[in-house]
Design a protein. Structure first.
Length: 312
C-alpha cells in the first residue's frame, strides 16, 4: 500500500512537471483568444484523480466530452485502471473556485487503446472514460463534434486549444502536415501518421499544456476535436521545428465507436423492448379472447383468422 501511494505521488509530480515545463501554470480555463464562438470550449473536461483514496481529487489532465456518457483523453493520463479513483468535472472554469456551473461526475469504466504501451513515440495515446451518470446540459457544457474518419487538414490550417495549462504559450496553432513534421530536424520517425503536429515555426507553437486536452479546428461548418494533447518539446515554448504533437482523432474513429455504444443505443433498446412487449401482449389478449369466444363456432373461426394475422 505504501509503494502504491508513493507511485501515485511520483506520477502526479511528473504530470505536473510536464504541465508546467513551459512556464507558470494558471487555474482559469483558457478560452479561444480571437474566436467569438467559444461554445466548443464547453466540451472541455478537467480529469481529476484521487491519488490516496481519501476523497480528495486533483486535476491531472484535460479531456473532451464526446457524448453524454463518454470522455476522450490521453492514455498517458491514466495512472491507474481503478475507475473509482477518477472523476470528470465539466462546466469548470476556475479549478480553485466553485463557479456554480460545475458537474462532478464519477468514472465507471476506463478503456485504454490496446496499442498503447506507455511509449509516447509509439502512438496510440488515447483513452475513453465512461461516466457513471450522464452529463447534464446546464448551459455550460457541450458535446464536441468529431472529425470524419481519416480526415486530414491542410498545412497551415489554424486550430485552437483550451485548458488550464500555461500562461506564456499561444492558444493558436498552425497545422503541420506529416511529411514536414516527420522530417529528421523536426520530430523524425516518432511523428507517426496517427498523430497531428501543430506549431513549430518558433512564433506560434504549443507546449505540453494539459495532456489529454483537445485540439479544436473549425471544419465543415463546425468546431471539431481533431487532436488529443500527447507530447511536446521540453524546455521552453515556441521551439522552431518542435511542434506540439496530438493524437489524431480521425485515425481512431473505428476503435472509438467499437468501445462505446451509440448515444441513442439505450433509447433504441428501450423502444424495441416496448414494441416487442406490446406486440406479445396484443397477441396474448387476442388468444384469451379466442378462448372466451370458443362457444361460438363462427366467432371462433373469425378470431382464429385475426389471431393468425396479428401474430405473423
Amino acid at each position: 500500500h505504501t509503494l502504491q501511494r508513493l507511485w501515485s505521488f511520483l506520477s502526479l509530480q511528473v504530470l505536473h512537471w510536464f504541465r508546467d515545463i513551459c512556464g507558470k501554470s494558471f487555474v482559469s480555463l483558457m478560452l479561444f483568444t480571437d474566436v467569438t464562438d467559444v461554445g466548443s470550449a464547453f466540451s472541455q473536461v478537467s480529469l481529476q484523480f484521487d491519488s490516496y483514496s481519501d476523497g480528495l481529487f486533483y486535476h491531472i489532465c484535460g479531456g473532451t466530452i464526446i457524448d453524454s456518457f463518454h470522455i476522450l483523453t490521453a492514455a498517458h493520463c491514466i495512472l491507474s485502471m481503478d475507475a473509482h479513483l477518477y472523476r470528470a468535472v465539466v462546466g469548470e472554469h476556475n479549478l480553485y473556485e466553485y463557479d456554480g456551473s460545475e458537474e462532478f461526475l464519477p468514472v465507471e469504466r476506463i478503456v485504454v487503446h490496446p496499442g498503447w504501451n506507455g511509449d509516447l513515440a509509439k502512438g496510440n495515446d488515447i483513452a475513453i472514460l465512461r461516466l457513471a451518470s450522464p452529463v447534464y446540459d446546464n448551459g455550460y457544457v457541450a458535446i464536441a463534434n468529431l472529425p470524419y474518419p481519416d480526415q486530414t487538414l491542410p498545412h497551415g490550417f489554424t486550430c485552437y486549444i483550451t485548458g488550464w495549462g500555461l500562461m506564456d504559450c499561444e492558444l493558436k496553432h498552425r497545422f503541420s502536415i506529416h511529411t514536414i513534421c516527420s522530417q529528421p530536424e523536426w520530430w523524425g520517425s516518432i511523428a507517426l501518421k496517427t498523430m497531428v503536429c501543430a506549431g513549430g515555426d518558433g512564433i506560434i507553437s504549443g507546449c505540453q499544456g494539459d495532456s489529454g486536452g483537445p485540439l479544436n479546428c473549425f471544419t465543415d461548418g463546425a468546431w471539431r476535436v481533431h487532436g488529443v494533447v500527447s507530447y511536446g518539446p521540453s524546455g521552453r515554448c515556441n521551439q522552431v521545428k518542435k511542434p506540439t504533437v496530438f493524437t489524431r482523432v480521425s485515425s481512431f474513429q473505428d476503435w472509438m465507436y467499437s468501445v462505446r455504444p451509440s448515444p441513442l443505443s439505450h433509447v433504441s433498446k428501450t423502444v424495441t423492448t416496448f414494441l416487442l412487449l406490446s406486440f406479445l401482449l396484443f397477441c396474448l389478449l387476442g388468444y384469451f379472447r379466442l378462448i372466451a369466444d370458443s362457444i361460438s363456432p363462427l366467432h371462433s373461426q373469425i378470431k382464429l383468422k385475426c389471431f393468425q394475422i396479428c401474430c405473423v
